[in-house]
Design a protein around this ligand. Structure first.
Ligand SMILES: Nc1ncnc2c1ncn2[C@@H]1O[C@H](COP(=O)(O)OP(=O)(O)OP(=O)(O)O)[C@@H](O)[C@H]1O
Length: 316
């Protein structure tokens, strides 16, 4: 059966939509015949990939950025919950950030993406299963494959999402990061985590906390330099509760990964975790960033599904 390409024409600021017809020639040369469907709205890629997997499609290829890949993973996981677990994920990275591609060591060139798919080499990735609260207070479920975080990053991702990006992505991210820093608050978060059945419970004071399956987030920052996508654990990174200026210095270390050695930063591993915000007055500063997309708020419950997705990518 031919691979199904799920194309997000709005990714990379609309460039994917404008250039896709040109991309098709090299894609067909390397992959042969493919089926193509373009997304028509946010979350559409999840519906399309779920239906494809339930229909027995062997390979579904996400053509877009981290948001699109995450949506396709959501669809594949929904199908897996209904017994259809045989679909492989391919990636043609066409986003602005492409953090998962960095973690997967996929070279950001169209022919390299296609060659990785055509090679048939796969590896299995852990996936996070998330229960969260929507902004209007309903419980909802989702999956993530890279990084879930809350605190400053949740503010930044919401601002980037709302921005028109007329002045370009880098500027949009820089402006949002500065505003995110100014608006960030210290949350008192009750954390209950388990690792292979061993439970820990504590109250954490933090401006930002990440539950990391992958290593990179926020367009190239290394929130969790030690994270591996298939090791059966989440690396939890707490960036601490320092005053704004010191916190700015700590978070800047994420560009190189040096923040991990800072005394304000804590790291621990778990395979399930529950977070509840105790001081609800700072709720606006504790929305979620789920694989680079804004999505709901605390309280959350996260469990790890080991090696749940098969992805066409080189080995680690
Ligand atoms: N037809 C559509 N119209 C509007 N939005 C869409 C459509 N299809 C998908 N989307 C949304 O586009 C958003 C951005 O997608 P994606 O993350 O793939 O690209 P990106 O932001 O350029 O890349 P990255 O996340 O790697 O920086 C996602 O929130 C997705 O839900």
């Amino acid at each position: 059966m031919r691979p199904l390409l799920i194309v997000n024409p709005r990714s990379s600021g609309g460039k994917t939509g404008r250039l896709f017809d040109e991309m098709l020639t090299p894609i067909r040369r390397i992959l042969g015949d493919v089926d193509i469907v373009r997304t028509e709205r946010p979350r559409h890629a999840a519906d399309l990939s779920r239906e494809a997997a339930l229909g027995g499609r062997e390979t579904v290829v996400a053509v877009g950025g981290d948001g699109s890949i995450s949506e396709v993973v959501n669809g594949l996981m929904q199908a897996r919950d209904r017994g259809a677990s045989g679909t492989r994920l391919g990636i043609i990275g066409a986003g602005t950030g492409s953090d998962l591609c960095k973690t997967l060591k996929l070279t950001r060139r169209l022919d390299s993406f296609c060659t990785a798919i055509a090679s048939g080499h796969t590896r299995r990735l852990d996936v996070g299963r998330l229960s969260y609260e929507t902004r209007d207070g309903q419980r909802a479920d989702a999956f993530f494959v890279n990084v879930l975080s809350t605190g400053m990053s949740g503010i930044v991702v919401s601002l980037v999402n709302q921005s028109s990006r007329v002045l370009g992505n880098t500027l949009a991210y820089t402006m949002a990061s500065l505003q995110g820093l100014v608006r960030s608050r210290v949350g008192r978060v009750r954390c209950v985590a388990t690792l292979r059945g061993e439970r820990r419970e504590e109250e954490i004071s933090t401006r930002m906390l990440g539950i990391c399956n992958g290593r990179f987030f926020g367009a190239g920052m290394q929130l969790a330099p030690m994270a591996k996508l298939d090791d059966g654990v989440f690396d939890v990174i707490d960036l601490g509760s320092a005053p704004h200026l010191r916190f700015a210095a700590v978070s800047t270390g994420m560009y190189t990964g040096s923040h991990i050695r800072h005394r304000d930063v804590r790291h621990f591993q778990c395979d399930s975790i529950e977070l509840t915000l105790l001081n609800r007055d700072v709720e606006q500063a504790f929305f979620l960033d789920v694989d680079g997309e804004p999505l709901g708020k605390l309280p959350i419950k996260v469990t790890l599904e080991p090696k749940a997705i098969e992805v066409l990518a080189p080995g680690d």
